[in-house]
Design a binder for this molecule. Structure first.
Ligand SMILES: NC(=O)c1ccc[n+]([C@@H]2O[C@H](COP(=O)([O-])OP(=O)(O)OC[C@H]3O[C@@H](n4cnc5c(N)ncnc54)[C@H](OP(=O)(O)O)[C@@H]3O)[C@@H](O)[C@H]2O)c1
Length: 235
């Protein structure tokens, strides 16, 4: 998709990969709806992007609450008159071996990493149907292709997201709604610091990060432009 002048909603736009992605899409000419809980950070970012000539609006919300997800999708479509791309980027880890894992932590990250993106897809699909198409980009992780001790709960949430993405891709293809999974590797953000649970095992992203958030943002933009089913960091 040529994203110039397209309306793009990004969750987790206040920090890390989402922040870098918001800046990169704005630089490429997109109009941005910025979603995260930190309203002040989003307002500053919207101002920064406007100064650089982009159209951007802050949409503070907690995406673990499907009602708030529905609200920001509806408000974005109302504000800009359409919604072309949704990037489900928010994600959080929970650390702990299967023997010790806190099940409440698992439920929390399942709500955030799986139900949140599902709610966003369900809210935007009717809008995209009416527009005749659109793009949904779900941020997964390469940990779903590995088997790393201590982050099984997080990997399980992202594996669930992969299956939702794969299924939706088939279901929506004939309606020109594309669904893309993006697979970041360890990236230098506060993701490790923000993980739930006791850090006996370091979650991915907390040690020896190989990629910058800007590098991942470039790959997410490439995914939006080229529309592959899956976008990896080494291709
Ligand atoms: N970093 C890595 O090594 C790595 C590797 C592979 C995949 N990933 C994936 O990449 C994505 C982005 O990760 P990141 O490293 O950029 O994470 P991060 O630095 O921890 O940033 C998380 C973002 O999500 C927002 N957020 C958290 N909880 C939220 C909630 N309940 N409602 C709304 N927004 C919420 C945070 O903003 P507020 O606090 O303002 O809400 C922040 O903007 C995630 O899906 C992650 O799983 C990361």
């Amino acid at each position: 998709m040529d994203i110039r002048d397209k309306v793009v909603l990004i969750t987790g736009a206040s920090a890390g990969i989402g922040l870098a992605t918001a800046r990169r899409f704005a630089a490429a000419g997109a109009k941005l709806a910025l979603v995260a809980r930190s309203a002040d950070v989003l307002n500053h970012l919207a101002e920064e992007l406007k100064i650089r000539g982009s159209d951007a609006v802050a949409m503070p919300a907690d995406v673990s609450d499907p009602k708030q997800v529905q609200r920001v999708i509806d408000e974005t479509a109302r504000h800009f008159g359409r919604l072309d791309v949704v990037i489900n980027n928010v994600g959080q880890a929970a650390v702990g071996t299967i023997a010790d894992l806190n099940r409440d932590d698992f439920r929390k990250i399942f709500d955030l990493n799986v139900i949140g993106p599902l709610a966003a897809m369900q809210a935007v699909i009717p809008i995209m149907r009416e527009q005749g198409g659109g793009l949904i980009i779900n941020i997964s992780s390469v940990v779903t292709k590995m088997n790393i001790p201590g982050i099984g709960a997080y990997a399980a949430t992202k594996a669930a997201l992969n299956m939702l993405s794969d299924t939706a891709r088939g279901e929506l293809a004939s309606e020109h709604i594309r669904v893309i999974s993006v697979y970041p590797r360890a990236t230098a953000t506060d993701f490790g610091k923000n993980a739930l649970g006791v850090r006996q095992q370091q979650p991915q992203g907390s040690s020896n990060p190989s990629d910058t958030p800007e590098f991942v943002a470039e790959k997410i933009l490439a995914a939006a432009l080229n529309e592959p089913d899956e976008q990896y960091m080494d291709k």
